[in-house]
Design a protein around this ligand. Sequence first.
Ligand code: 4NP
Length: 173
Amino acid sequence: MGQSNHKTGVLFVCLGNICRSPQAEGIFRKLVADAGLQDRFDIDSAGTGGWHAGQAPDWRTQAASERHGIPLPHVARQFQVGDFDRFDYILAMDRSNLRDIQALARTEADFNKVRLLREHDPLADVASVPDPYYGDGDGFERVFQICFAACRGLLRSLTTPHRRTPSGSSDLA
Ligand code: 4NP
């Protein structure tokens, strides 16, 4: 951010790229558009696995998202090593996704781009976005709420010049 032409690349990653990461991508796109910042971000999502590549998001994810007015036009794809070059921030949904992507890092810089999405939610009770695939319908609404809170925190951290120090001293820019 701050550079005139460089877009900040943000990639959301889960296992199949049909439930959690396309949901987070859609929410982050909406928050960025609402803030008028769409020209400053390159946003996408991917799966560590390729089984669902080419597919639309799971219908339960689409239903939950559309209830909140956020359609998800994403087409699933598998993460590729070149994504380390395109994206500045690679946000994993759970620790398994985190490890799988970190294992593909070619450099320390690649490795350090990979973090858990929920690190950006100060109120998160656990670190992971739970996989809703085999659960009931409520899991998809819960994933929406979890991703919404974390994406709001993510956008705040990417648009705030100076973060607050642990002591709470002034962070005013
Ligand atoms: P996602 O959910 O990683 O949030 O997209 C899943 C999608 C598919 C499968 C598992 C999780 N699967 O086993 O096919």
